[in-house]
Design a protein around this ligand. Sequence first.
Ligand code: C2O
Ligand code: CU
Length: 495
Amino acid sequence: MFSRRFFLSSIGCIPFSSALSQVISDKKLNYGSKVVDGILQYDMVAKNGYREIVNGVKSQVIEYHISGQPKNMPFPVIRAKVNQKIRIVVKNEMDKTTTVHWHGIRIDNKMDGVPYLTQEPIKSGETYVYEFVCPDAGTFWFHSHQNSLEQMSRGQVGVLIVEEEDINNPAIKQFSADAVWVAKDYYIDDKGELTNCTTKKTAMTSGAFGMQKRVNGKEKSILRAPAGSWVRVRLLNCDNTRLMNISAYDEQDNKVEAFVIAIEGNPLKKYKLLNRDDLTPGQRLEIAIKVPKSGFVAIKNVFQKNPYILGVVMSNGDSVNEKALLPLPMGKIPEPDLKNAKRLRFIFLASSASMGRFWSINGKSMVEHSSPEDHKLTHNSLSCTKGMKNEDMPIKMNNQKMAEPLAVLEKNKSYIFYIQNGTPHTHPVHLHGFSFKVLKSNRYKINPYYTDTYPLKPDERVQIAFLADNVGCWMFHCHIMEHSSTGMMGYIKVI
Ligand code: C2O
Ligand code: CU
């Protein structure tokens, strides 16, 4: 059993990210932002660097950094207001090309960050300007969408918090703290040496795991706030591979009540009890936790046989009067017209094609589009495919071989996607540019809700619906990076 003494004695030797999580949580400060030509701007570099992930050694990482944000943050946090235009000026200081994708934002297609499909890659040394409006309040993130298996496995992710319009709304003001906890493991061994983020075998199964499990770059996060108050924890799974189920426990390892208030940035009409909730790669859970008078509430990943703590919430010594939890104000996702919706089928399968294409959607295996110059650089020191034979490598294609869309949709028509998993693995299914409504599954009774990433379980069949109100080419793929980069990827085109 997990005793309080064990927990406290472990504080001494485990690097907690207390001060750091306070910085990341401080919602009053838009660290690093400035206003240029009337637009909130962040200057960001994408670069190789070093970070202490295991004690006493600096390991190689690939990260984003926003000027003006503390260097000890393993990822940047961008804050914007709903319906506010923001500008992110990205400088590529790496030797490979890259793009930045803004996961979950219902964005203008030109700003979606997919190489060749929506933009030219950002070459080494070049700068690219992203400028867009965030139409929904909530928890979003961003990551590399080119050479992404490698760049993301080494750390290249960031958080995008979109704040609600009315910060005086009691449902927003009710939280005494607003924390960001990013679960992201590192492909680093106990000596600090890089390990592979893919092999042929892992790409064909559940994917490779990073040996160092981390939250905000540390082993755990800790949040302190007045006893009796509600805190808002934004928990993001920015990992390449790891499937999670999230529950809350006290220090005696008894389950305690905590509530899911939003999924993938979309507030729930009625908050729900946190109980083994899915948090697969790409997903975000916003959790309301009441700060206990004594002891702590531990948020754990209970997916595996050996659950482990991602972060804890405890009192900072103060206490306040307890109040009932209020649900967040609802978002404004357009409602699909289910009666007149067109139905389309998508089946996620293993691929019979060889040459590094292990997965498919509707029998097609799109793979990453890459710049010709990147092909020459594949086995550099940061490569996560060292020692792999060429034919087993995640295939990359360049401009000339752009795949056909999986489906062409008509603007402002509603669609129901019938999605089927024909594999024994879980696939977090992500659609760019839309929040879709989950209607039905053959596995559970669904209380319809909006999301941008659905954790499709083995042999599951699910129905999702959305209004195709945004024109462009939108990626549709599994968010286990080894699956998407070996064929479980495609796109739809809205015209
Ligand atoms: Cu976060 Cu194309 O994905
Ligand atoms: Cu998958």
